[in-house]
Design a protein around this ligand. Structure first.
Ligand code: CA
Ligand code: CA
Length: 244
């Protein structure tokens, strides 16, 4: 095609057709961009504590020698001290009774310095297994400056077996924060049972069962997926027009 003929051809293309072609060209450009988008960052496990090796796996009342936690009024339930309660709740490894001689507390020794972005807290919680009601556990993530970044109070029936609870949320700003568990309810030396605490940056946890399940497989963001579909449709349309 000579330059003159080409210019004439361009002028004869209706405006709507030119706009459509421009959109298709844009989509064709967007396709490699969509494919080149980095995969969603893999979750980073900041803490994964089964309590299984505490105190040489020997149960202890008012245990405070935790590897990862400062603690008060928390019982380590393991062979030698009421391990049967963990088992009654469906567990097979040491767990914690969140109420020792009084309501207890656990706070991570580490203040986790985190950028803004998603954070997940996961843990297994069970009833006290001794017929006591109204026991609670308050779960919190509190910055070293005292800002409460997350707080929720959980309550379970006395006979409730372990269930895995996961909470995910976004840190709106960078923070250095500690994870804490605080029990409440009637002071009767019987509290909710806790096990398998997992703190994750950037996604959900790695599974609450002893041994841990693989984390969820990352899927493309809806935004990039939509862009990809638009691009593929555009390429297909362009190919059809070239054939016709
Ligand atoms: Ca355990
Ligand atoms: Ca109690």
């Amino acid at each position: 095609m000579s330059k003159m003929n080409h210019d004439v051809a361009v002028r004869r293309v209706p405006a709507a057709r030119r706009a459509a072609l421009a959109a298709l060209r844009a989509a064709a450009v967007a396709l490699p961009v969509a494919l080149a988008m980095p995969a969603k960052a893999a979750p980073v496990v900041l803490l994964n504590d089964s309590f299984n090796t505490e105190n040489g796996a020997v149960g202890s009342a008012e245990y405070s020698g935790f590897a990862n936690w400062s603690a008060a009024n928390v019982d380590l339930l393991a062979p030698g001290y009421f391990f049967s309660l963990c088992q009654a709740a469906g567990g097979s490894t040491p767990c914690l009774d969140m109420e020792g001689s009084g309501n207890g507390s656990l706070t991570t020794l580490t203040a986790f310095a985190r950028p803004a972005g998603p954070v997940s807290i996961q843990f297994d919680l069970a009833g006290d297994q001794r017929g006591r009601g109204n026991n609670t556990v308050s779960v919190s993530l509190v910055s070293t400056l005292g800002t409460v970044l997350f707080n929720e109070v959980f309550s379970l029936a006395a006979n409730a077996a372990f269930s895995t609870i996961t909470r995910s949320f976004d840190l709106l700003a960078p923070a250095s924060a500690r994870l804490g568990f605080l029990s409440g309810g009637p002071a009767d030396s019987m509290g909710l049972l806790l096990d398998n605490v997992i703190l994750t940056q950037g996604g959900t946890g790695t599974g609450g069962n002893p041994g841990g399940n693989p984390g969820p497989v990352p899927v493309p963001e809806p935004g990039s997926l939509g862009l990809l579909m638009v691009s593929l449709a555009g390429m297909a349309g362009l190919a059809r027009r070239r054939r016709s």
